[in-house]
Design a protein. Structure first.
Lengths: 161, 133
């Protein structure tokens, strides 16, 4: 493993093991995580549906999912990130999220500047035709610098410590 | 719309129960609601702040209810949203007010604002479009 691959693996591992709250509740599984983007699976969960039969996801959970994926994508793509916060987020719901299949999200950082990072992503159901249900775009406010970064903070905070 | 009718209708929606949305008041153009803080709403494990997606989901839930014709109508279809995150969503009861900008026959546009203790210091604002047909 190159040092870079090791760093990416460490971030992905920490992101999973130190997660709490919504990320844990969503049961996210990282399928791909590198500088070019992240691919994350969210298992079907009736809690996130609008009907008691559990067949249609609420749009809000797709927004939460893509926001989470952007966070990890920027973390991986930007080496010296110290803090980050979502500045804005735009989501288009392309069709009703009607399925009991798992949901997959892909998110990438396509440009990062000193203060701002831009991301783009899409969400589809893990079915034969990979029907796309949403697209999202975001801008994150980031701070950079040497010294303890986000990675170090995650190592020493959150559950497991 | 009557608040207890709205609340009863929303208790039948699993995701609204997950969010624990409590409706406070509703007029023809504005709907206000609250959501208590829960550990499962945390997004940042270091700061223990609300997940941005939960804040957006809460605003979307209230915005969608604000454009319903009556408490027993079908849920409206979300088209898209733009959310502007203004301050950290620290732990505490979150409030939101949805204001209908325009409700036509096919489409509705709704603005929302969410705050913690001080309405003049909003945590987020958002714009939602819904398809009504």
């Amino acid at each position: 493993m190159t040092p870079d691959e090791k760093r990416l693996a460490q971030i992905a591992h920490l992101w999973n093991s130190r997660a709490k709250g919504l990320i844990t509740h969503m049961g996210l599984q990282i399928e791909q995580a590198n500088r070019k983007g992240v691919k994350i699976r969210m298992p079907h969960n009736p809690d996130f549906c609008v009907d008691n039969a559990g067949t249609m996801l609420h749009g809000g959970i797709l927004t939460a999912l893509i926001d989470s994926a952007f966070g990890l994508a920027f973390f991986l793509a930007i080496d010296d990130v110290k803090t980050m916060a979502t500045l804005d987020l735009r989501v288009d719901y392309l069709r009703p999220a009607k399925s009991r299949a798992d949901v997959i999200v892909f998110a990438e950082c396509y440009r990062d500047t000193r203060h701002i990072a831009f991301g783009s992503g899409k969400i589809w159901f893990d079915t034969d035709d990979c029907e796309e249900v949403a697209r999202g775009n975001t801008a994150f406010a980031i701070t950079r610098g040497s010294g303890p970064g986000l990675l170090d903070k995650l190592k020493t905070a959150g559950p497991g410590n | 719309m009557n608040i207890s009718d709205i609340q009863a209708r929303c208790e039948s929606v699993p995701f609204f129960r997950f969010l624990r949305v409590e409706f406070i008041a509703a007029t023809d153009t504005t709907t206000t609601a609250q959501m208590p803080f829960e550990e499962r709403f945390i997004g940042n494990p270091v700061l223990n702040t609300y997940h941005g997606g939960i804040i957006a989901s809460f605003m979307e839930a209230v915005a969608s209810v604000s454009v319903m014709d009556d408490a027993n109508s079908e849920l409206v279809k979300p088209i898209n949203l733009t959310v502007d995150y203004l301050r950290p969503g620290i732990a505490g009861t979150l409030s939101t007010r949805a204001t209908i900008s325009r409700k036509g026959r096919r489409m509705a546009s709704v603005e929302t604002v969410a705050w913690l203790e001080d309405e003049d210091k909003p945590v987020a604002k958002a714009l939602f479009h819904f398809l009504l047909v």
